[in-house]
Design a protein around this ligand. Structure first.
Ligand SMILES: NC(=O)c1ccc[n+]([C@@H]2O[C@H](COP(=O)([O-])OP(=O)(O)OC[C@H]3O[C@@H](n4cnc5c(N)ncnc54)[C@H](O)[C@@H]3O)[C@@H](O)[C@H]2O)c1
Length: 383
């Protein structure tokens, strides 16, 4: 079992354990488990073959994990349940599920009785490499994603790659995008290993082999890469917990991704939108990782244009290599929306300050910088 520590100057700490399941929870007495409803019957919590070797839970609450239910109402529902069960300040809230479940349960635990301890057992690749690490716990509010929330670290995050065996392949790919993003920020060695492994997953699953089998065969290399991605995120969070600088790099691709997700949601809501460039009937319901894949490539193209106009170095063929690798893994790369629609959605991004956006631009693998510009400037460079 690999152990990775998050340690910031503000003495905010958390331990990430990567390896096999079976953590001993004896030191914790009052455990309250919040589980994604979709995992009922799919994941054994305690006992023989369970995620946790000893689970002395005072209660288990199943929650519906969807972006629509990732709201303050569900957080308050978890708080009411904790109160009803008599959870006191010694309680440990243990969230088992993907990023939606860990975000909601982490938030509820952070506000219940001014904050009780919480821990995560992430069950999606996206949560194992990203969402369950770093202490951001938030919910959607009004029309904005993750608008309400806190930064507070879980006491531990237990990452068991074998829990991914029941995950739909599309959700696995969503996490693959965040993993590749992390390694674009970090550097070549892990990026190449990840692109290679994820390409194998894609080929094997396309050839008709069950995902569970492919996972079992490649679990050692996958575990090593998940641990590497967790180390990168833990390192960044330890140096910049409150996202004043370096942590923003982890948003690579996200400014464009959030615009894609906003436009998809509006389309789903049936709002009138000029979907020029988006063929009717196209499936616009991207997962978060798919939107990040599209966003990363747009960011790479923008970086290339910025490099051309400022004489900054840009790794030769980087944008086309990234495009090829994302496609080989099975991720989408084409933005279905017109740049004008993207611009309008980006200018409403909660991270935009007085029209200026901190774009995270990849100039190559392991060469990512933050560049401030207006949405109009970015769009005109991309046009
Ligand atoms: N807190 C952070 O720093 C952070 C970072 C990135 C993303 N996020 C958030 O994470 C969310 C996305 O995370 P996600 O992709 O894990 O979403 P998710 O929790 O919705 O999980 C994706 C789908 O997989 C299902 N599922 C989960 N584990 C499964 C398993 N083992 N077997 C079968 N099905 C399983 C879920 O029911 C869901 O349908 C977004 O809301 C995003 O905002 C947070």
């Amino acid at each position: 079992m690999e152990q990775i520590e998050i340690q910031s100057s503000e003495s905010i700490s958390g331990t990430i354990l990567v390896g096999e399941c079976g953590v001993n929870l004896e030191p914790y007495r009052d455990i309250f488990v919040v589980v994604d409803k979709a995992l009922e019957g799919k994941v054994t919590l305690g006992g023989e073959g369970g995620v946790l070797s000893s689970l002395n839970a005072r209660g288990v609450k199943y929650v519906e994990a969807s972006e629509k239910t990732k709201t303050m109402e569900t957080v308050l529902e978890i708080c009411s349940w904790l109160l009803e069960k008599g959870a006191d300040r010694d309680a440990l809230v243990l969230a088992v599920g993907g990023g939606i479940t860990t975000d909601m349960a982490g938030f509820a635990a952070s506000i219940y009785k001014r904050g009780v301890r919480f821990a995560f057992v992430p069950t999606t690749l996206l949560a194992q490499v990203d969402a369950a690490i770093g202490g951001k716990n938030g919910v959607n509010f009004e029309k904005y994603k993750n608008m309400l929330g806190v930064i507070r670290q879980p006491v531990f995050t237990l990452v068991c790659p074998s829990l991914l065996r029941t995950l739909p392949f599309r959700d696995f790919l969503s996490g693959a995008a965040e993993m590749l993003k992390t390694f674009v920020i970090e550097g070549l060695e892990h990026y190449e290993r990840a692109a290679n492994l994820l390409g194998i997953f894609r080929e094997e699953v396309d050839s008709g082999r069950p995902f569970r089998e492919v996972l079992e065969e490649n679990v050692v290399e996958l575990t090593a890469l998940i641990a590497a991605a967790a180390r990168v995120k833990a390192g960044v969070v330890s140096r910049d917990c409150n996202e004043g600088g370096e942590r923003r790099k982890l948003n690579l691709g996200h400014t464009f991704a959030h615009a894609v997700e906003t436009l998809c949601r509006r389309r789903e809501d049936g709002a009138s939108l000029n979907l020029s460039g988006c063929a009717s009937g196209i499936d616009c319901m991207f997962t978060h990782g798919e939107a990040v894949s599209i966003g990363m490539l747009l960011a790479a193209r923008l970086a290339q244009r910025v490099a051309q106009t400022t004489q900054r170095a840009f790794q030769r063929d980087f944008a086309s290599r990234l495009e090829q690798d994302l496609k080989a893994v099975g991720l989408p790369v084409e933005c279905p929306f017109a740049l004008g629609d993207m611009a309008e959605a980006m200018s409403r991004d909660k991270k935009a300050q007085e029209g200026i956006v901190h774009f995270v631009l990849p100039f190559g693998i392991g060469d990512v910088d933050m560049v401030d510009m207006t949405v109009d400037q970015a769009i005109s460079l991309l046009s």
